[in-house]
Design a protein around this ligand. Structure first.
Ligand SMILES: C[S@@+](CC[C@H](N)C(=O)[O-])C[C@H]1O[C@@H](n2cnc3c(N)ncnc32)[C@H](O)[C@@H]1O
Length: 375
């Protein structure tokens, strides 16, 4: 099981909260796609001929690519890698891009999973976020996609801004459920330093909502979505049976993946590498065919252990003690067993046979608990 990620670093507008790598100038779009094609050639040995099960166009806003651009990238991938016939092929799109014409195009390209960035159903909040769509437009875009035959649709939501309260969050969740999508990713808003929100927070024009309120929204979300047959399979992700994101699940399960495009990360089981987060530099350095466009680090046993603890505990599959015992030295395992006991007693962690998962109470403190379990 291996995956391919392609980062498309362009957006129409800068969202107030987002610190992913993107540019709002589309001038370099054509040359950047050419560089991605070159990078695919340059790195064709990276996954050692492993079969590809998932392809994920992320961003930025991949729905800004023309049909030809997306086609060229997919064609290059199919020529370079062995891609399984039933591969999951996801493309992140913004509601305002999803015209009937665009959806026809995505069908022709055989994209079989759409990830639509709705974020909110409150028009005032959408304006505050600097999104390019209204709530009505986003609902209509999901319906249009379903009418065009896309059945595997996931939506992104963000909760915990100053607009969030329990009453309107319940309405948001009901609206999301009513859209009949198969998957929902819902993120607690984080205030990132190098964003408009981060700036406004620094000058005290914005305040963060308190943890207690966030926790209330999080628990409400689990309750409402689970009652509607969504399975909470990762802290921020809910899927109907058979519709978990295969691509993201593979990240959490430590499978190998290759990332193309500026800022994209790759992992081959031993090392992690990440491309430069600058479009001009990426284009220049890829054309020079040197290895200057990425940085690489070989993971130490300690780093691999901590990563496994962090990601596995956040998922429904949990942390497997047998995996720890076969892959890490006994001191690390001992340290884990010592620390985890406290959280089992506090009912934040549940042990069933050799599998450790977070309880609902534990999910509220996922990052803190993971960091206490680190070596
Ligand atoms: C980088 S975006 C790309 C997808 C798409 N272009 C969009 O904007 O909807 C990926 C997702 O990360 C989430 N996200 C980005 N920044 C965030 C933040 N500061 N706090 C919470 N969620 C965030 C959003 O839900 C977003 O849909």
């Amino acid at each position: 099981m291996s995956g391919i990620y392609i980062h498309i670093p362009f957006c129409k507008k800068a969202c107030a909260y987002c610190d992913f790598h993107f540019s709002t100038s589309l001038q370099q779009k054509e040359s950047l796609v050419k560089s991605i094609l070159s990078e695919i050639d340059l790195r064709h040995h990276y996954l050692n001929d492993r079969k590809i099960d998932t392809i994920y166009f992320g961003g930025g806003t991949p729905s800004l690519l023309s049909e030809k651009e997306t086609f060229l990238i997919l064609e290059k991938i199919y020529k370079t890698y062995i891609v399984s016939n039933d591969a999951e092929i996801t493309l992140e799109c913004n509601p305002d891009d999803l015209s009937n014409e665009k959806l026809k195009e995505l069908k022709r390209l055989e994209i079989n999973r759409l990830s639509i960035g709705l974020q909110s159903f409150d028009d005032d909040e959408l304006i505050w976020m600097n999104r390019a769509h209204t709530a009505k437009e986003s609902e209509a875009s999901v319906k249009r996609a379903q009418d065009r035959g896309f059945e595997n649709i996931t939506i992104d939501l963000i909760y915990g801004s100053k607009f969030s309260n329990l009453a309107n969050w319940k309405k948001t969740l009901d609206k999301a459920i009513g859209l009949n999508v198969k998957h929902i990713s819902s993120y607690n808003l984080t205030i990132e330093e190098k964003t408009k929100l981060g700036h406004d927070f620094k000058i005290k024009k914005e305040v963060a909502i308190d943890d207690e309120k966030s926790a209330e929204l999080f628990l409400e979300m689990i309750d409402r979505l689970e009652k509607n047959n969504f399975i909470h399979y990762e802290i921020s992700n809910f899927g109907k049976e058979g519709y978990f994101s295969i691509h993201n699940s593979n990240y959490w399960k430590g499978k190998h993946y290759i990332g193309f495009g500026p800022s994209a990360h790759s992992f081959d089981g031993v090392s992690r590498q990440w491309n430069v987060s600058n479009n001009s530099l990426y284009i220049k350095q890829v054309s020079e065919k040197t290895e200057a466009y990425f940085e690489k680090e070989i993971l130490t046993e300690k780093e691999r252990f901590n990563e496994y603890v962090l990601t596995s505990m956040r998922t429904i599959w949990g942390l497997d003690l047998n995996y720890l015992k076969t892959n890490f030295n006994s001191d690390f395992v001992k340290s884990f067993l010592n620390q985890v006991d406290t959280y089992i007693k506090l009912e934040s962690v549940l042990r069933k046979n050799n599998i450790y998962t977070l309880t609902e109470k534990g999910k509220l403190l996922a990052d803190k608990i993971a960091s206490e379990l680190f070596v």
